[in-house]
Design a binder for this molecule. Structure first.
Ligand SMILES: Cc1ncc(COP(=O)(O)O)c(C=O)c1O
Length: 346
C-alpha cells in the first residue's frame, strides 16, 4: 500500500481560499497550540548573525525542566519521528521489516514515517495493547493521545517497556501534550542506562506555543542519542530557537501560571461542548487533553463545515470520525465559538 502524506491543522491559507473568508477574519482552533504562548522577547541581531553553539546552556535548562539527563535538541518532535526508524535500523535494534503497533486515530506522522521504513503496521486500540506486546518490535504511543486525550500511567508504560524488552522490542512515547500533567511523564522515572529500549519525545510547540520555531527534545539511551545526532547534522536547531527556548524553559512562574490557566480554559471549553452535544448528537463522545477537546460524532463533517462557514477553523479527523477543537484564547473567542455552535440549531 502506498504511504499517503498526512494532512494537518493550521492550514489557514487553504481554508481562506476554500471558504472565501479573509485570513484575518478566521478564528483558528484547528491545532492544539496554546493560544497564549510564551511571550517571546526581542531577539538580538547577533543571535541571527551567529551559528548556534550546542554548549550554550540550553541542554542544562532542558535537563532541569524535563528532569532527565539524557536529552538532545531536535528540530521539533517531527524531526525525530522522521529519523527514528533509520537510527534504530542503523543500530540493528529493529529487524529489516519491523512490526510496529500504533493506536489510531492519532497524530498520523508516526504511521507515515514507519510506512516509509517498510514496517508492518498493526493498528491497536488503547485497551488491547497489552495483548499484542509479544508480537511487536516497536510500540509507538502518544501520551496523552492526540486526538482522544487518553492518558497512560507511567506504571503501565514501564510495565509494557519491560515486557517489550524481553524480546528486544522498542517503545517510543510521544509526550507532545504532556506539559500540563508532568506527573504522567516517563522522564523523571527513567534511567536510560537501563531502559535501553525506550525513546521519549517532547515538543515545545504545544504548551509553550512555540510551534513556529521548530524545536523540541528527545530523550533516549546514550547510544541512540549519539547515532541520532550523527544523522541530524550540526545545526538542526537554529540559534534564535535556542535563544528563545533557554529563557522559556527557565520561566518557572510563567510555566506554573499557564498550567493553571490552561486547565481553566480547557474546563470552559469542555463545558461549552457538553452543553452543545447534548442537543446536537446524544451519541457523541467528548474527550481530550488540556490543549484540545475532541467531539467524536457521525455528524463530524457537517459540524466542521458549519463552523468553517462562520470563519471558525477546527480539525476534522482524517476518517471524519470527529472534530477537534483547540482552545479559544479569551472570552471574546469563547463567545464567538458559543454563538457559532448555537447557530447550528437556528
Ligand atoms: C502528537 C504530536 N506529536 C508531535 C507533533 C509534532 O510537533 P512538533 O514537531 O512541533 O514538536 C505533533 C503536532 O501536531 C503532535 O500532535
Amino acid at each position: 500500500m502506498k504511504a499517503v502524506r498526512p494532512s494537518h491543522g493550521g492550514a489557514l491559507n487553504s481554508a481562506t481560499k476554500k471558504y472565501q473568508i479573509k485570513k484575518s477574519d478566521w478564528l483558528d482552533l484547528s491545532t492544539g497550540i496554546n493560544p497564549n504562548g510564551w511571550p517571546v522577547p526581542e531577539i538580538p541581531t547577533a543571535v541571527y548573525n551567529r551559528l548556534p553553539e550546542t554548549d550554550d546552556g540550553l541542554i542544562e535548562c532542558a535537563q532541569d525542566y524535563y528532569q532527565n539527563p539524557d536529552l538532545i535538541t531536535i528540530a521539533g518532535s517531527q524531526e525525530a519521528i522522521q529519523l527514528i526508524p533509520k537510527v534504530l535500523s542503523e543500530l540493528n535494534l529493529i529487524p529489516t521489516r519491523p512490526r510496529v503497533g500504533l493506536v489510531t486515530p492519532a497524530y498520523a506522522e508516526h504511521e507515515f514515517s514507519w510506512q516509509l521504513a517498510r514496517a508492518e503496521i498493526m493498528h491497536l486500540t488503547s485497551d488491547n495493547i497489552e495483548n499484542h506486546l509479544p508480537e511487536l518490535n516497536v510500540l509507538v504511543l502518544i501520551n496523552p493521545n492526540n486526538p482522544s486525550g487518553h492518558l497512560y500511567s507511567p506504571e503501565t508504560l514501564q510495565l509494557w517497556q519491560q515486557q517489550l524488552s524481553r524480546h528486544k522490542g522498542f517503545m517510543i512515547i510521544d509526550e507532545a501534550f504532556m506539559d500540563c500533567t508532568p506527573q504522567y511523564s516517563l522522564l523523571p522515572h527513567t534511567d536510560f542506562n537501563q531502559a535501553y529500549n525506550l525513546i521519549v519525545l517532547r515538543s515545545v510547540g504545544k504548551f509553550f506555543g512555540l510551534a513556529g520555531i521548530r524545536a523540541g527534545f528527545m530523550a533516549a539511551p546514550p547510544k541512540v542519542l549519539e547515532n541520532f545526532e550523527f544523522f541530524q547534522g550540526p545545526w538542526s536547531v537554529s540559534h534564535p530557537a535556542r535563544y528563545v527556548l533557554k529563557q522559556a524553559l527557565n520561566d518557572t512562574p510563567w510555566i506554573e501560571q499557564n498550567r493553571q490557566r490552561l486547565i481553566q480554559q480547557s474546563d470552559r471549553l469542555e463545558k461549552l461542548l457538553i452543553v452543545f452535544i447534548h442537543n446536537f448528537d446524544q451519541q457523541a463522545k467528548l474527550s481530550g487533553s488540556q490543549l484540545f477537546k475532541t467531539v467524536f460524532t457521525h455528524k463530524a463533517l457537517s459540524l466542521f463545515d458549519h463552523l468553517a462557514h462562520q470563519g471558525i477553523l477546527t480539525r476534522l479527523l482524517d476518517n471524519s470520525s470527529g472534530v477537534r477543537f483547540g482552545l479559544p484564547a479569551d472570552t471574546q473567542q469563547f463567545d464567538r465559538l458559543s454563538r457559532a455552535l448555537t447557530h447550528w440549531f437556528l
